[in-house]
Design a protein around this ligand. Structure first.
Ligand code: FES
Length: 311
């Protein structure tokens, strides 16, 4: 971790706060690519993952935006309520689980709410590159829309569609005309409902052309989660997976090297064969037709009893 100074902390939309971080001695920061995030040690002691939303060409600063989640585990509250200009924060080096790939047919960027943060860095990068893209930015209302002014003006004007649903599902933006004909690459970050609908509407796209990033760092915990056992088909060994712990952690704890990257169900690295068992799939990768035979072990879980995986 490296300690950076908060040189600016300000509210930029309802419940969204932006923080600009620099090296206290003015040194250059580690470079990053569009879609990267850093881990931040928040004042609550919780470590949180935040996307870098400034231009990756900027070598002297990182900018993150944080949504204040009153029902969260305290990391975002501590960031938004306690961190002020002049404070120091411990920050990891940038890491990218949501990297842009070369697309000669252009890019469709889809952001829901605070999911704009990695998408904004992508849009800045694509502008620098002169690449063709369209950004669909879907939020509840204008007041909750971070960066609305910037994205409504040149050089973004004409490349960005901002839509507010005012909290009414009947007024949700219809993405089907955008996704009906596969062309280029999709990059989507937003709430689970948005990512699920993009995943469902892009089932006819090549898997390699559709990219998601989830907000969560780590698996989703649900109050109804139960412990279950996971059996590895090749060795027959079985492990108990307690409520509150992902299968991935249990496997790694027992020395099994399952590839993984995002640990949030969006990158596809931990895809594992599923042989049997009742699974609650919580990822944004698998299509419906794949769910009976595959599982993303970083987020998905058994509903109780035993699941058997192809390891
Ligand atoms: S590690 Fe990325 S989907 Fe599981």
């Amino acid at each position: 971790m490296r300690h950076l100074r908060v040189v600016r902390a300000q509210k930029i939309a309802d419940d969204i706060f932006e923080f600009e971080l620099q090296d206290p001695a003015g040194a250059a920061l580690l470079p990053f690519t569009a879609g990267s995030h850093v881990l931040v040690n928040t004042p609550s002691g919780e470590e949180r993952k935040y996307s870098l939303c400034n231009d990756p060409l900027e070598a002297d600063r990182y900018v993150i935006a944080v949504k204040r989640d009153a029902n969260g585990r305290g990391g975002s509250l501590a960031m938004c309520d306690q961190v002020k200009a002049g404070d120091m924060l411990a920050i990891s080096e940038p890491r990218n689980d949501f990297a842009l790939v070369k697309s000669f047919a252009g890019y469709i960027l889809i952001a829901g709410g605070i999911g704009i943060t990695p998408i904004l860095a992508m849009a800045r990068h694509l502008l620098n590159e002169g690449a063709s893209f369209k950004l669909y930015y879907l939020t509840r209302n204008r007041a909750s829309t971070a960066y609305a002014d910037e994205l409504s003006q040149p050089p973004f004007k004409g490349k960005v569609v901002i839509h507010h649903d005012e909290g009414d599902p009947a007024r949700a933006f219809d993405l089907w005309p955008v996704l009906e004909k596969p062309r280029g690459h999709i990059f989507c970050c937003g709430p689970a409902g948005l990512m699920e609908s993009v995943r469902d509407m892009s089932g006819h796209w090549s898997k390699t052309a559709v990219h998601f990033e989830a907000f969560t760092d780590g698996h989703t915990i649900k109050p109804e989660d139960k412990s279950f056992s996971v059996r590895l088909a090749k060795s027959g060994v079985s492990y108990e997976v307690p409520a509150g712990q992902p299968i991935l952690d249990v496997l790694r704890k027992h020395g099994h090297h399952v590839p993984y990257s995002c640990a949030s169900g969006s990158c596809g690295s931990c895809r594992t064969g599923l042989i049997s068992g009742d699974v609650d799939h919580r990822d944004f990768v698998l299509q419906d037709g794949e769910k009976s035979s595959q599982i993303m072990v970083c987020v998905s879980r058994g509903r109780g009893g035993e699941i058997v995986i192809d390891l």
